[in-house]
Design a protein around this ligand. Structure first.
Ligand code: COA
Ligand code: AMP
Length: 631
């Protein structure tokens, strides 16, 4: 297998190439139409093919004689539980839950919200929906009710599947008060709410209408069989931060996605069927969908549901314990997790306690990985740490290394080379391709590879304006990049107002909306500043309305609380600095990049468009003062 040949085939002979890849999975009707245009003239894959994702992840392996293989491991240091499920057992759980959904009247094309912690029932719920063609939307458990409301109002679910509690290290987070609040605020009422009772918290909220006990309904239901769906039937919606406050509902197809996941498991992650693959991500993120559930199970790998953190559950050796206990062959996490471990265990003492001989590769993505973290990993763990780049939109890697190939070469700080199917270029602002070593916008020539988003749920105009209209014929990623003479790509960061906090994608505009809603605030700018552990954290600079009487500390507390309540604790907004005015251009645009550079204490150039240069000294003094207090 030669990278150059595979890549060029995937672009030059794309129909033949992807037809062959589609042949690696089982279809009820094998597609003859490989590429075609949808009603908006946007490319779609395998339009006349029919398949079922739940079948591919479960039944197919049983038919092939692997029913007794462990499909799922649940390991929860925070509740002191461990459990495994074979493919047979997984089928039982999933088909009965699918039957329960059918008994509530759910049909192919209906939508379901899944708001759950890292427990097996979340994975069952995803696969149960997939089994009967119900389109799921998993909402990250760390999001506040308002985020749930936005999703409910946009995708109008017939059912919500939730649990009574999540556990954050030692804190128990009751979900039902959050669900109840969301239901109250949502414009559209959810007909049924299925609740998995974890018996971890007292349930004072079980009385609200429409609530159904998960175990009860499952025990009373007949198992449902899988139903064939068309390749472009949406498997799920996954909302992600956009450049406006409202998250975008990324629509994922079934056939292209299944093909891309199988391809990535084989060529990119280079993992063999039957091995254990651990993606340590929450189900609520794209990584959780693609590599804690679908990709791993399609490839008949054992997946691990880990309910814990890289540190404190109980210590920074927990990842190594899991790797050794379940003989993990390859692992995937965000660099933040490794930074957190490195901070607690700089000399790798805890690593030495475990047998990591099965671990062949460590994959990192979700945010930029600093070289020091890569070096620490390789020195102490002794396996290659491989950075790769993708987005919720793509559903699988777009830059990386085909590690099934023994002679793949890692370049420090690069996220790798374009993955077959992704014709990546770096453009200047006028759409001209830049020569190597020049920083520009990372764009991808259309069509995108199978598995990439079909669009934004019910909003083609937004899909077009967010991704397709910046450079004609290309997908605009929102990331900046540099390519070198060997074709390796280096991601330089977002060029918009999206930030990555501990590998979590968040929108600063959404935070600005919450901060500005404070009655004391006249205007504000939220920017992502550098953070040694989380990569980036948000920082709010605010101007008060005249005549406002509130101390800076009280205001900070109030805003921090408000952001936790509206977006969730995961937003990590902890810093609010009050200033007399914000730096602006003469036309009134806030100079956010300047604020960010100053907060990061980096060299900056005063923009020629600045309205009043005196503000620089004013701001610098304020930053110095604020940082001194923060110490
Ligand atoms: N439910 C409820 N609250 C949650 C939550 C969830 N699922 N996930 C996070 N939170 C809360 C945390 O409890 C914390 O609240 P606090 O401010 O009251 O303490 C806040 O959100 C921030 O959480 P987090 O970003 O996880 O920070 P942390 O300091 O608790 O942990 C790390 C730091 C580095 C250990 C952690 O961020 C981590 O494991 N990161 C890896 C991320 C990852 O795997 N991303 C996947 C994309 S590939
Ligand atoms: P998400 O949609 O949550 O997966 O976030 C996607 C964004 O995370 C990308 O647009 C990048 O900004 C960032 N990202 C993901 N992987 C990497 C990486 N390997 N290096 C740098 N940034 C990354």
């Amino acid at each position: 297998m030669n990278y150059d040949q595979l890549f060029s085939d995937s672009i030059q002979n794309k129909d033949a190439f992807w037809k062959k890849q589609a042949g690696e999975i089982s279809w009820f009707k094998f597609p003859q139409q490989i590429t075609s245009a949808d009603e908006n003239n946007y490319n779609q894959w395998f339009a006349d093919g029919e398949l079922n994702m739940s079948y591919l992840c479960i039944d197919k392996h049983i038919e092939d004689g692997f029913g007794e293989q462990i499909a799922v491991v649940y390991d929860s240091p925070v509740t002191d539980q461990k459990q495994t499920y074979t493919f047979h057992q997984l089928k039982n759980e999933v088909s009965k839950l699918a039957g329960a959904l059918q008994s509530l009247g759910l049909e192919k094309g209906d939508t379901a919200v899944i708001y759950m912690p890292m427990i097996p029932q979340t994975l069952f719920a995803m696969l149960a929906c997939a089994r009967i063609g119900v389109i799921h939307n998993v909402v990250f458990g760390g999001f506040a009710p308002h985020e749930l409301v936005v999703r409910i109002d946009d995708c109008k679910p017939k059912v919500m599947i939730t649990a009574t509690a999540g556990v954050e290290i030692t804190k128990r987070i009751p979900y039902l008060p959050l669900v109840e609040k969301a239901i109250e605020l949502a414009q559209d009422k959810v007909e049924h709410i299925i609740v998995y009772n974890r018996k971890l918290v007292e349930n004072k909220h079980e009385m609200f209408d429409g609530i159904i006990d998960y175990e009860e309904i499952v025990s009373q239901s007949e198992p449902a069989d899988y139903i064939p769906v068309e390749s472009n039937h949406p498997l799920y919606l996954l909302y992600t931060s956009g450049t406006t406050g409202k998250p975008k509902g990324i629509v994922r197809d079934t056939g292209g996605y299944a093909t891309a996941l199988k391809f990535s498991m084989k060529y990119h992650y280079g993992i063999t069927e039957g091995e254990t693959f651990w993606a340590a991500s929450d189900f609520g993120w794209a990584v959780g969908h693609s590599y804690s559930v679908y990709g791993t199970l399609i490839n008949r790998n054992t997946t691990i549901i880990f309910e814990g953190k890289p540190i404190l559950t109980p210590d920074a050796g927990t990842y190594w314990r899991i790797i050794s206990e379940y003989k993990v062959a390859a692992m995937f996490t965000a660099p933040t997790a490794i930074r957190a471990i490195k901070k607690e265990d700089p000399n790798g003492e805890l690593v030495k306690k475990y047998d990591l001989s099965h671990l062949k590769k460590q994959f990192l993505a979700g945010e930029r990985c600093d070289v020091a973290t890569l070096d620490w990993f390789e020195e102490h763990v002794g396996v290659p740490a491989i950075d790769h780049w993708w987005q919720t939109e793509s559903g699988s890697p777009m830059l990386g290394l085909l590690t099934a190939n023994d002679d793949y070469k890692i370049k420090r700080a690069s996220a790798g080379k374009p993955i077959p199917g992704y014709d990546i270029e770096v453009f200047d602002e006028n759409g001209y391709e830049l020569a190597p070593h020049h920083e520009g916008y990372l764009v991808i020539k259309l069509p995108l590879a199978p598995g990439a988003m079909l669009g934004i749920w019910n909003d083609f105009p937004r899909f077009k304006s967010s991704y397709l209209s910046q450079f004609e014929g290309y997908y605009f990623s929102g990331d900046g990049a540099i390519v070198d003479e060997d074709g390796y790509v280096f991601i330089t960061g977002r060029v918009d107002d999206i930030i990555n906090v501990a590998g979590h994608r968040l929108s600063t505009s959404e935070m600005e909306e919450v901060v500005s809603s404070d009655p004391h605030v006249a205007e504000c700018a939220v920017v992502g500043i550098e953070d040694a552990l989380k990569g980036q954290i948000p920082f709010a600079t605010v101007v008060l309305k005249s005549g406002t009487e509130i101390s800076d500390t009280d205001l900070e507390k109030q805003i921090v609380q408000n952001v936790r309540e509206k977006i969730g604790a995961v937003a990590c907004l902890k810093n609010v600095m009050v200033v007399k005015r914000l730096p602006k251009t003469r036309s009134g645009k806030i100079l956010r990049k300047l604020i960010r550079t100053m907060l990061d204490d980096k060299d900056f150039q005063i923009p020629s468009t600045i309205d009043d240069e005196n503000i620089i000294d004013e701001l610098q003094e304020k930053i110095k003062f604020y940082k001194n207090i923060a110490k």
